[in-house]
Write a protein that binds this ligand. Structure first.
Ligand SMILES: [Zn+2]
Length: 291
């Protein structure tokens, strides 16, 4: 298990899946074979599978332990959830909760759940199936959601002309938390306690937030899908096919990388092993230094 120390905090990676899951040239419209060839020595096998042309993206949460509190950052896809549009995520049944426990927390121990944005692979474990109903998995947690994302997907959910928001994920993974009174909506830059804060980083979704940790002079930035893959550190202009606003997504990615080059450890949601890195400014882009 990957565990990193940031000041007084410990961040443990809780894996849901880690496998080749997206065709690279479909996922990144700017995919550039010649550029990628220069990086193959570190891309394979942890980040990319050259034989098939698939990206290898991890889907994991970070369990943060600090000051006696346990905070879960991003909630993966979840178990037993119908996602027929994406077969690799359809009706998953992984030992995620056993892995969470091995990392140091039972569901009732979690004090706070934070979603960097409200996409299907960041909200799934917010709820679990109990007696045929979706109920909050973490009954003692407050769940921090971005108000902009919540309102954006609520409008989509309520629009009879469009399919259910997030292929049904808003309905089974967000609404039950809100109905249980456990959601805390944040808007704009906000401090959540003495060490955690959020900063709006719109683009991938309208309400994407960076989650920032500062403890004893050390910093980390949990970036969600502001970056999906380590190649975007070298090519910050590359958007994924899931980025909703291309210009804003690029600006937020650049800002994130600048903040990390100034000292914050980058804590991605999907990078391959070793899953976290430092960022160095290099000419007109950046380079990762894996930790
Ligand atoms: Zn994601």
């Amino acid at each position: 298990m990957t565990t990193l120390k940031i000041g007084a905090a410990l961040a443990a990676r809780v894996e849901e899946t880690y496998e080749p899951n997206f065709r690279a040239d479909k996922f990144f419209a700017d995919w550039d074979t010649a550029f990628v060839a220069q990086h193959l020595h570190w891309l394979a096998p942890d980040h990319y599978v050259p034989d098939t042309g698939y990206l290898k993206l991890s889907v994991h949460s970070w369990l943060l332990t600090i000051g006696g509190k346990r905070i879960l950052i991003d909630a993966c896809v979840g178990n037993h959830k119908p996602r027929p549009h994406r077969p690799k995520w359809d009706m998953l049944n992984t030992p995620y909760l056993a892995r969470l426990e091995a990392a140091g927390a039972k569901p009732e121990d979690i004090d706070m759940v934070m979603c960097t944005h409200l996409h299907i692979d960041h909200i799934g474990w917010n709820t679990r199936l109990e007696n045929g109903r979706w109920v909050p998995t973490f009954p003692n947690a407050r769940y921090v959601f971005s108000r902009e994302d919540y309102e954006h997907y609520l409008a989509e959910e309520n629009d009879p002309a469009t399919p259910p928001a997030g292929w049904g994920s808003f309905r089974d993974s967000i609404l039950p938390v809100v109905e249980a009174g456990l959601a805390q909506m944040v808007s704009g830059a906000a401090a959540l306690d003495e060490s955690l804060s959020v900063e709006p980083m719109p683009g991938h979704t309208p309400g994407t937030i960076a989650i920032k940790l500062e403890s004893r002079g050390e910093k980390a930035l949990f970036c969600g899908d502001i970056l999906h893959h380590a190649l975007q550190v070298y090519r910050p202009a590359w958007n994924s096919s899931a980025c909703l606003d291309a210009q804003k997504a690029r600006a937020s990615r650049w800002k994130t990388l600048e903040q990390c080059a100034a000292g914050a450890l980058l804590m991605p949601a999907h990078f391959g092993a070793p899953f976290a890195c430092r960022i160095e400014a290099k000419g007109d882009a950046f380079e990762p230094r894996f930790v």
